[in-house]
Design a protein around this ligand. Structure first.
Ligand SMILES: *[C@@H]1O[C@H](CO)[C@@H](O)[C@H](O)[C@H]1NC(C)=O
Ligand SMILES: *[C@@H]1O[C@H](CO)[C@@H](O)[C@H](O)[C@H]1NC(C)=O
Ligand SMILES: *[C@@H]1O[C@H](CO)[C@@H](O)[C@H](O)[C@H]1NC(C)=O
Length: 404
């Protein structure tokens, strides 16, 4: 079900720079989708305008915003035309995310308020934007699993595609089957950990992969398959790691909070190298009993040897309650996988658990492989639950992430 953003109510706070006839307020009911767009859409907005949309959702919920068609002139630091987004509903724009240029993005609020402001320069050539918003709430999983269809637009920024050239798999992946798959390596090309591309500047991995590591010794390998040869794919590239940040609460003794963001200069995207989708719209999904795919250059089952080629294995997510029978210390921001005889092994650390939307076929990263107790052991293995860290990723990177 979808509602056009149709209520026009006076906004109590006075924002004197906003055009008075261009302020919108909408209370979001759960289960509905709403659209925000420049009022001339699909025509261009006019120069020198300034509009604000404020959305409020029920207490305890968060707002998911997905902007699938943004076509605006790009300027340095978006000082000309721009969209400013604040999460708390505050109009303090110094706390905002700024967006300009062309593309699509998604984000989720920390609380139940969202403010989106459009400001256009006096000499603007024009532009347009269309976003969908919906309230995300715990225990409304059926709703969030459904896709909501924005009007027909072609996103110009994509994530989570898979290069599927075969029907069923053995364990070795196809060359460049997973464009978001990356690896942390040493200067000498030794494989350390898996990592997953989330934007052109950032990958995510496990905190224990970078803990106590000199950033100058770390490199990122993308687009590769067999990391011992340079000949199996023309898309492999190595980037120097510029910085990393572990989750503040990472506890190396029990692997809780085992997630880190790693920054590089700029990854060149192509059909075989590109970002995964972050699971903003599945914030409250537990993924219980869903099948996920672990991908990595980890140890081959029982042999203790790392694999030179990228491999994959399908695993089942088990509920945290069931997992606690084996792992009493498990916390909500962890996720367990178990499938008899198969599991991610230690060398897969930092790599992704991908979940594929059955309708759109897009891949989302829902877990980061944290602590595999052993290959094919009887005990479930622990992963970091990515939905628990989305706000942090957003806040620390300041990026807009592709929609899906
Ligand atoms: C806006 O936010 C900045 C940074 O958080 C803060 O320093 C400033 O005092 C805030 N301004 C207002 C008016 O709240
Ligand atoms: C609409 O805006 C875009 C982006 O700035 C611009 O390239 C285009 O020429 C504009 N179209 C019209 C009809 O003004
Ligand atoms: C969601 O459901 C679980 C169990 O079904 C319950 O324990 C929890 O309190 C619910 N949360 C909310 C916000 O209603």
């Amino acid at each position: 079900m979808s509602n056009i953003w149709n209520l026009l109510l006076p906004v109590s706070m006075v924002v004197n720079t906003i055009d008075k006839d261009c302020q919108y307020y909408q209370q979001l009911d759960r289960g509905h989708n709403y659209y925000i767009f420049n009022k001339e859409y699909p025509q261009n907005y006019s120069a020198g305008s300034s509009c604000q949309w404020i959305a409020k959702s029920p207490k305890g919920s968060k707002i998911f915003l997905s902007c699938d068609d943004v076509t605006m002139p790009k300027s340095s630091k978006c000082i000309q035309d721009r969209i400013d987004i604040t999460f708390s509903g505050s109009t303090n724009l110094s706390e905002s995310h700024k967006y300009c240029g062309e593309g699509s993005f998604s984000l989720i609020t920390e609380e139940n308020m969202l403010s989106l402001t459009l400001k256009t320069s006096k000499r603007s050539p024009g532009g347009r934007f269309l976003c969908a918003v919906t309230a995300l709430m715990e225990n409304t999983t059926q709703m969030s699993m459904n896709e909501f269809a924005a009007p027909n637009v072609q996103p110009s920024c994509q994530c989570g595609w898979k290069n599927d050239k075969r029907i069923v798999g053995g364990e070795e992946t196809l060359v460049n089957e997973y464009p978001a798959m990356a690896g942390l390596i040493t200067r000498n090309g030794k494989h350390l950990c898996g990592a997953t591309i989330i934007s052109s500047r950032y990958v995510i991995t496990a905190a224990h992969c970078v803990y106590n590591t000199d950033v100058n010794t770390l490199f990122l390998l993308v687009g590769d398959h067999d990391y011992t040869t340079g000949t199996d794919t023309g898309f492999s590239a190595i980037y120097r790691v510029k910085a990393y940040e572990m989750w503040d609460g990472y506890n190396p003794s029990n692997f809780q909070g085992d997630i880190a963001i790693v920054m590089v200069d700029k990854i060149n995207f192509n059909d075989n190298v590109g970002p995964i989708c972050l699971p903003f719209r599945y914030t409250y999904e537990t993924f219980e009993r869903e099948e996920v795919t672990a991908v990595g250059w980890g140890q081959l089952e029982f042999s203790g040897q790392e694999s030179n080629v990228l491999r994959e294995v399908d695993l089942e997510v088990i509920s945290n309650a069931v997992c606690r029978q084996d792992v009493p210390s498990l916390i909500d921001s962890q996720m367990c996988t178990f499938t008899e005889g198969k599991d991610a092994c230690q060398g897969d650390s930092g790599g992704p658990l991908f979940w594929q939307n059955p309708t759109t076929k897009k891949l989302f990263i829902v877990g980061i492989i944290s602590k595999g107790l052993g290959c094919g052991s009887a005990v479930p293995s622990e992963n970091t639950r990515v939905t628990s860290y989305l706000e942090w990723i957003q806040r620390r990177t300041g990026e807009f992430f592709c929609s899906a």
